[in-house]
Structures are given as structure tokens and as C-alpha cells.
Design a protein around this ligand. Structure first.
Ligand SMILES: [Fe+2]
Length: 196
């Protein structure tokens, strides 16, 4: 029996101090107050929540605590692409965007991919133990099953505070409606193959 074309998704706790985690939480919580453009964009595109995706899309360049986090994520992405067996003979894999997401109760983010990137992921700053939305991923073979009998095609990854999840950017994913009164706060990012 061969098990071929495995899909690797990393989920691990990374070494972030409690102090750094609370600074990340504080900074992320303050962002809507200083990001008028992002709040406006979120009203249309992230209903009920706040994301800096379209406004402050390099939080690591704006806030030193996110720069600290980015350096740790860089190391994890390096290990992840090695596990995947990806090689970049020219250019390099670099962080291209990093944005904050604040989801109050009932906010969701429908299925999507990150088409221009190689590796994407999220670091979880504040996720309640009960009712916090998982990250739901879809079987990448879903479009090819045709006449095959129905099978489980989605899997929920349940992150905890301080967890990092990494996946290849073509993996379809969503965040179903958040079910806790405490905001679900995370920071997502893309790594692109850059050839200068
Ligand atoms: Fe995403």
C-alpha cells in the first residue's frame, strides 16, 4: 500500500512569552481605534468584525511586537517548507503580508484560498476554550471525487492561544461562525516566492 501526495498542515505552540502574547493582544485590540480605513473596509468585507488585511497589511513593520513574532514565524516556515520538500532555486520565500483579525461572536470567514502565495498561516493570540471557531480545511481532492461515494471532506483544526498553523496557500479553508462572547483574535500572513 502506498500513501501518496500527503497534505501537511503544521499546528504547534511556538515559544512566545506570556508578556509578548498579552502585548500582541493589547496591540491588536487597539488597532480598530487607529485604523479608520480598515474599519470601513471590514464593514463591507468582514461583516461584524475587524481585519487590517486591506489597510495595515504589514503589522510587523508597524509594531515591534509583531516584528518579534514574525521572526519566530520565519523560522517555522523554513522548517515547514523543508518538510514539504519545496526548493527555491532562484529568489526566496518571504513574508509578503501580515494582518490582524478580530472576530466578535457570530462573525465568520467563508471558504477561500490565498492564490498568490506559497505558504499561509495564522498565529492565535486569543481563542476562548469553548466555542471559539476552528480553522476548517477542505480535502484538496474535493473537486475530483465525481461519482465517488460521499466522504468526510472537511477537517477542523482547533487552535489554542499561542498556536501557529501553517498550510500551503492553495488549501481551501474557512473560519465558521465564532461562538464565544470573547473576541477571537489572530494574526494571519502570507509568504510569497520573491524573485528580484
Ligand atoms: Fe485565509
Amino acid at each position: 500500500m502506498h500513501s501518496l501526495f500527503s497534505t501537511y498542515i503544521e499546528q504547534k505552540k511556538i515559544a512566545i512569552t506570556a508578556k509578548t502574547l498579552s502585548q500582541l493582544k493589547w496591540t491588536a485590540s487597539q488597532m480598530p481605534a487607529i485604523d479608520e480605513v480598515g474599519v470601513k473596509w471590514s464593514k463591507k468585507n468582514y461583516v461584524g468584525g475587524y481585519t487590517s488585511y486591506d489597510s495595515i497589511s504589514r503589522v510587523d513593520l508597524q509594531f515591534s511586537v509583531f516584528e518579534t513574532l514574525k521572526k519566530k514565524i520565519d523560522l517555522e516556515v523554513k522548517k515547514y517548507v523543508k518538510k514539504l520538500g519545496l526548493k527555491f532555486d532562484t529568489g526566496s520565500l518571504e513574508l509578503s503580508s501580515m494582518w490582524v483579525n478580530v472576530m466578535p461572536k457570530n462573525v465568520y470567514h467563508a471558504f477561500h484560498i490565498h492564490p498568490l502565495s506559497v505558504v499561509s498561516g495564522t498565529f492565535y493570540i486569543s481563542v476562548a476554550k469553548d466555542g471559539a471557531s476552528p480553522l476548517r480545511v477542505e480535502d484538496p481532492r474535493a473537486a475530483m471525487f465525481m461519482a465517488s461515494p460521499a466522504r468526510k471532506m472537511q477537517h477542523d483544526l482547533k487552535p489554542k492561544n499561542g498556536d501557529l498553523i501553517l498550510f500551503e496557500s492553495w488549501i481551501k479553508h474557512e473560519v465558521p461562525p465564532h461562538q464565544n462572547n470573547e473576541d477571537r483574535i489572530s494574526v494571519s500572513f502570507n509568504y510569497d516566492w520573491i524573485n528580484r
